[in-house]
Design a protein around this ligand. Structure first.
Ligand code: SF4
Length: 306
């Protein structure tokens, strides 16, 4: 899912990349200027990146309940589904990399055979008690579809590269076929964020942060890629100009994947910092923001609406 199609690659190479290189990003909004305003955090508070970026609750009362009232919510079925599908992608991609290194290029037939073997989904049982029976059956079915889709994509990429590169070795094959680091761990303390952030994926073929979403597209989703880009700029001191949100959804039994490639421009950077500052102020001053327009599957619906 993190791999671009030929059309998306063209869009990236001929559209987003040249535009992003010409675009002037304000120097004070580059992550490496984390130590001065406006990037330096005003309050001595730590937040998870999703807490800054997400605005599913319009008033942010979910954040208030979690941080001030210390109420932990139970994940709803959509959250569990998202977590499982993320986990499956990590398992597929890591398994593929491991197979390349363990088997070696000379045994590529074995690599492909094992990629065709369905992923072991026994880990799903840990979610069984949190879901209704029909939800769990559905989850298993969809999880198998996600795993099969990604396995097939990886196998095809390995074959494509082997055809073109007769002298390739394991390390290069792994890097070309699967050019992403999944769950990259990052320290976000420069920005008042957690020390243990985890970006869904990062492509090193072109500096681009990817985030996978299962569910409806929202404008604020771009704040996630923006936040990771700022943190990476602070850590590695090189510019990250492009983000990509990968939206996956099921239409019946079919998996449909769409991508929202975007430039991480001044507007997004400012928006991220404003959200962080506003939410930190709410926590610091313990301001209950009150109820907003609630959505049915909010995990805090009982606490707020009784
Ligand atoms: S129930 Fe409503 S106000 Fe409470 S956290 Fe959820 S969306 Fe926000």
């Amino acid at each position: 899912m993190y791999f671009l199609t030929d059309e998306e690659r063209k869009q990236l190479l001929k559209g987003f990349l040249p535009r992003s290189r010409q675009m002037e990003i304000a120097e004070e909004l580059r992550g490496w200027n984390w130590h001065q305003p406006p990037l330096a955090p005003v309050y001595d508070i730590r937040m998870a990146l999703y807490e800054v970026a997400n605005s599913y609750c319009k008033t942010n009362r979910d954040l208030y309940l979690r941080k001030i009232d210390r109420i932990k919510s139970k994940p709803n079925s959509a959250m569990i589904r998202g977590k499982v599908f993320h986990d499956i992608l990590v398992r597929v991609l890591v398994r593929a990399k491991r197979l390349i290194y363990e088997k070696g290029v000379g045994n590529f037939q074995e690599i492909l055979e094992q990629l065709n073997t369905p992923l072991d989904l026994s880990f799903l049982t840990e979610y069984q008690s949190q879901l209704k029976e029909d939800e769990f059956i559905e989850l298993k079915k969809k999880a198998a579809t996600v795993a099969a889709f990604e396995n097939a994509r990886v196998a095809a990429r390995i074959q494509e590269i082997l055809v073109k590169q007769p002298y390739i070795a394991e390390d290069s094959l792994a890097a070309l076929a699967i050019p992403v680091v999944v769950e990259q761990k990052l320290d976000g303390t420069f920005f008042g964020l957690s020390a243990n952030l985890s970006a869904d994926a990062y492509t090193f073929s072109e500096p681009m942060v990817l985030d996978l979403k299962f569910g409806e597209q929202k404008k604020f989703h771009r704040l996630t890629t923006t936040g990771y880009a700022l943190v990476m700029e602070a850590i590695y001191e090189f510019p990250i100009n492009i983000g990509c949100l990968v939206y996956a959804e099921f239409k019946g039994d079919r998996l449909v994947v769409k991508k929202d490639i975007h430039i991480i421009d001044d507007e997004l950077r400012q928006w991220f910092i404003e959200e962080r500052d506003e939410k930190m102020r709410m926590i610091y001053e313990e301001i209950d923001p009150g109820l907003g327009q609630c959505y049915d599957y909010c995990p805090y619906i009982l606490q707020c609406r009784g």
